[in-house]
Write a protein that binds this ligand. Structure first.
Ligand code: SF4
Length: 84
């Protein structure tokens, strides 16, 4: 993900930017493919946002290193294995 896509993906993931119905549907379709992909890896991190700290479980792609939830929310992003 380039810097612009990183900012967009995280802004949508955190609710700073709105996600429309088409984007949500596209993200869900992509996430379903990531969920069964051998390159997907579960991870967790501490999220500090709006004065709160939360332990967040997430899935990263071992092929490109991106967090897949945020990656799938950016329409212009592509799977490095051409699965979506
Ligand atoms: S982005 Fe592609 S390669 Fe990475 S976990 Fe998802 S389906 Fe697999």
């Amino acid at each position: 993900m380039n810097l612009s896509h990183i900012v967009t993906g995280w802004s949508k993931s955190l609710g700073v930017m709105k996600v429309n119905d088409a984007e949500r549907k596209l993200s869900e379709e992509r996430m379903n493919k990531c969920a069964v992909c051998p390159f997907a890896k579960e991870s967790s991190f501490l999220k500090l946002f709006r004065g709160k700290a939360e332990d967040i479980k997430t899935i990263y792609c071992r092929k490109c290193g991106c967090p897949v939830n945020e990656k799938t929310l950016v329409a212009e992003e592509q799977c490095p294995e051409n699965k979506w």
